[in-house]
Ligand binder design. Structure first.
Ligand SMILES: CCCCCCCC(=O)SCCNC(=O)CCNC(=O)[C@H](O)C(C)(C)COP(=O)(O)OP(=O)(O)OC[C@H]1O[C@@H](n2cnc3c(N)ncnc32)[C@H](O)[C@@H]1OP(=O)(O)O
Length: 150
């Protein structure tokens, strides 16, 4: 497979997910040379977690486009990790996704995240998969529940 450019924008700091949550996050981000997903995480200057993600040929659902489940897996990991990176040890309890446009595979897209609210153990994270310019493929609200640190 040809080289995939997952570099971030000026001012983004590379974010080491395994250093924070351990090496168990293999399903989405565990195969950086593979044909499924390739992922790089960063923090923006406001500390929000952001990901650059390549959807490879093994994520295909509709011809030449990403399977909805592949987008759900990405959002589960990235939005959950956004809560962890903000200091909350959570699992995802509810993930509500709207698929807005078909996402072409074999291209790099961006996942932006935002911590919307914290209410006791409930952390609401919002995110979107988009082209980083204007085109939004998928939006999601992710309810995370704080657990005892694992
Ligand atoms: C390591 C980094 C990982 C980051 C990315 C990976 C993310 C993941 O994929 S995690 C794996 C997928 N998630 C799971 O398997 C979670 C399975 N579910 C569970 O373990 C439990 O249901 C759990 C922990 C979420 C909640 O159980 P429990 O601790 O008993 O909490 P519970 O008392 O039921 O609920 C706490 C509060 O959350 C609310 N809540 C819980 N689940 C939901 C839900 N699905 N929808 C809405 N509200 C909910 C409750 O209403 C309650 O609210 P309030 O405090 O206002 O009364």
């Amino acid at each position: 497979m040809s080289e995939v450019d997952l570099s971030g924008e000026k001012g983004w700091q590379p974010f080491d997910a395994p250093a924070l949550v351990g090496s168990s996050l293999r399903f989405v981000s565990g195969d950086p040379e593979g044909d499924r997903f390739r992922v790089s995480y960063y923090r923006k200057p406001d500390s929000a977690l952001v990901a650059r993600i390549w959807f490879g040929p093994e994520t295909e659902g509709p011809p030449e486009h990403a399977h909805g489940g592949s987008m759900a897996a990405v959002l589960d990991e990235v939005l959950g990790l956004a809560a962890w990176s903000a200091g909350y040890a959570i699992v995802v309890a509810n993930l509500n996704i709207n698929f807005r446009c078909l996402l072409p595979i074999m291209q790099v897209v961006q996942v932006d995240t935002e911590i919307v609210s914290v209410d006791g153990r409930k952390v609401l994270v919002r995110g979107k998969i988009w082209d980083g310019q204007e085109k939004v493929y998928t939006e999601a609200d992710c309810l995370c529940i704080e657990i005892q640190a694992v």
